[in-house]
Design a binder for this molecule. Structure first.
Ligand SMILES: [Zn+2]
Length: 75
């Protein structure tokens, strides 16, 4: 298999916000790092706990780490 989409032809595309700013690089979390322009100030859409998601997380339809773990493990 050849995953063309994972290797954009243009090097400038590498540093876009799809892969460059994970909150926990290499870890289980898919949430984004908190920055001044991307504050973690939104509630989780699943459990409702406040300040769990950044606008980028929300935009991608993410839930907090606890919910994500539960969803992935089928609890
Ligand atoms: Zn949650």
């Amino acid at each position: 298999m050849y995953y063309d989409d994972d290797y954009p032809d243009c090097p400038d595309d590498w540093d876009d916000d799809d892969r460059s700013d994970f909150a926990d690089p290499g870890g289980e979390s898919a949430l984004r790092a908190e920055t001044s322009s991307n504050p973690r100030n939104l509630p989780c859409g699943q459990c409702g706990r406040e300040n769990m998601l950044t606008p980028k997380d929300k935009h991608r339809g993410y839930v907090c780490d606890s919910c994500a773990n539960q969803n992935e493990r089928g609890w």
